[in-house]
Design a protein around this ligand. Structure first.
Ligand SMILES: [Zn+2]
Length: 421
């Protein structure tokens, strides 16, 4: 017996509504002619106003927590276990319509789809719009979800933005309160599962002609800086044979980064930042700092690759008589999503006749932090050209409909497995 009779749901109509709503929220921007929505900005306030109307329109009880996360729930009973669905409300400057926002509006869409069977679900549904994920205004990401899981660094509260406004004051002006930070924290055991639908931000689904994919994990990440130190000198007078050119050495190492990245399945290895000193056309570069970003779903693979790259760097430096110094900037382990929830998604997709594509997210998401307090998974939605963080972000209405179907089927299966526990 199915709890939610999905045969009566008009997914095409709901998808059209989600699609149109993405367009409406795109107008909530801090910059004219662009989509820019920063943490606790006027644009975010406008987006809240609009999202509240939609949430209340489908019977959700809305409240904003102390760190400005907006929640809409089918219940006012805090003790009732809930399935939480959502993503972040903020964007990067000049961003797109779908990154973050699509996950929130899909959550509301699902509540509308299930209107007639909400009472029969063994848990409540809550939709969350995390207040901050992109790390733009206070140069620190995941502020919303960190507050909800209780790991927001209190030092951050006094950090200032480019206008000199402290985070605590921005939150206060928005109607929140860092003095009540603990109140934003989710109650232990209150969330039975968290589902974050999000655009893929990569080209894989499009290349394989798939609408949605199951995210089995979020890749771990190593960021380190290699500083090659040689000797600066006159570009016209120091003979080639007597040079200790730090940039030539760094260039060799960057090629090794690409080679090792290509040689290992699933490894992403990138040098996206180079600092050359003195960076003058007629001076041999004396010192070069090169930043490596390496990611993989399996921590041991990433760590071994970083180690190998360090050894290659050492030998390039010593062959050329250079010094090499390392600075580790970040080491974040991979976060697998919940295998039971993924199995339910897989069953759902099989039943809907969809290939159950499983994939790893190379980018970080709120799901990383939410997984600390609840079984968590993500659904990726195809986006054209894999483009994100750009006004050209594009998602089709047809793919939104497929995602809604998958989410409703998932909730149906989750409610059956939950009832049997
Ligand atoms: Zn995002």
């Amino acid at each position: 017996m199915s709890i939610c009779d999905s045969t009566n749901i008009d997914f095409e109509k709901l998808a059209a509504q989600v699609f149109d709503r993405c367009e409406v929220i795109a107008q909530c921007s801090d910059e004219a002619g662009k989509i820019t929505r920063l943490f606790c900005s006027p644009a975010m306030a406008n987006a809240h106003k609009q999202i509240r109307l939609w949430m209340e329109g489908c019977g959700l009880h809305c409240q904003m927590d102390s760190l400005c996360n907006l929640l809409g729930s089918t219940t006012t009973d805090d003790d009732r276990p809930r399935l939480l669905i959502g993503s972040h409300i903020d964007t990067v400057p000049n961003g797109g319509r779908y990154d973050g926002m699509l996950g929130i509006l899909l959550g509301i869409g699902v509540v509308e789809a299930l209107q007639s069977s909400l009472d029969q679900l063994p848990f409540a549904l809550s939709v969350v719009a995390f207040s901050e994920e992109e790390g733009v205004r206070y140069r620190s990401p995941y502020i919303g979800s960190k507050a909800m899981v209780g790991c927001l660094d209190s030092e951050l509260l006094d950090r200032v933005d480019d206008q000199g406004i402290r985070l605590r004051d921005a939150v206060k002006d928005f109607g929140g309160s860092v003095e009540h930070l603990a109140a934003a924290r989710l109650r232990e055991g209150s969330v039975i599962a968290f589902l974050e639908p999000h655009i893929e931000q990569g080209p894989v689904l499009e290349a394989e002609n798939l609408a949605v994919g199951i995210v089995t994990g979020i890749a771990g990440q190593t960021r380190l800086t290699a500083r090659f130190v040689g000797k600066a000198g006159h570009a016209g007078t120091v003979p080639m044979s007597m040079r200790r050119d730090a940039l030539a050495a760094a260039a060799m190492w960057i090629q090794e980064v690409e080679r090792i990245g290509q040689a290992r399945e699933g490894l992403m290895a990138t040098v996206g930042h180079v600092q050359v000193s003195p960076n003058v056309p007629n001076v041999i570069p004396g010192e070069v700092a090169v930043r490596l970003d390496a990611r993989h779903a399996i921590d041991s693979v990433r760590i071994a690759a970083a180690k190998e790259l360090q050894l290659r760097g050492e030998s390039i430096a010593s062959e050329r008589g250079l010094e090499l110094h390392w600075e580790r900037c970040e080491e974040q382990n991979a976060v697998p999503t919940d295998s039971d929830l993924n199995a339910l998604l897989k069953q759902t997709m099989e039943e809907l006749g969809l290939p159950n594509k499983q994939m790893v997210s190379g980018a970080g998401h709120d799901a990383v932090y939410m997984s600390r307090v609840a079984p968590t998974t993500m659904l990726f939605v195809r986006c054209r050209g894999g483009i994100s963080h750009h006004p050209d972000e594009s998602v089709t209405q047809a793919d939104i409909a497929v995602t809604l179907r998958t989410m409703v089927g998932f909730i149906e299966r989750l409610s059956m497995s939950y009832s049997h526990k």
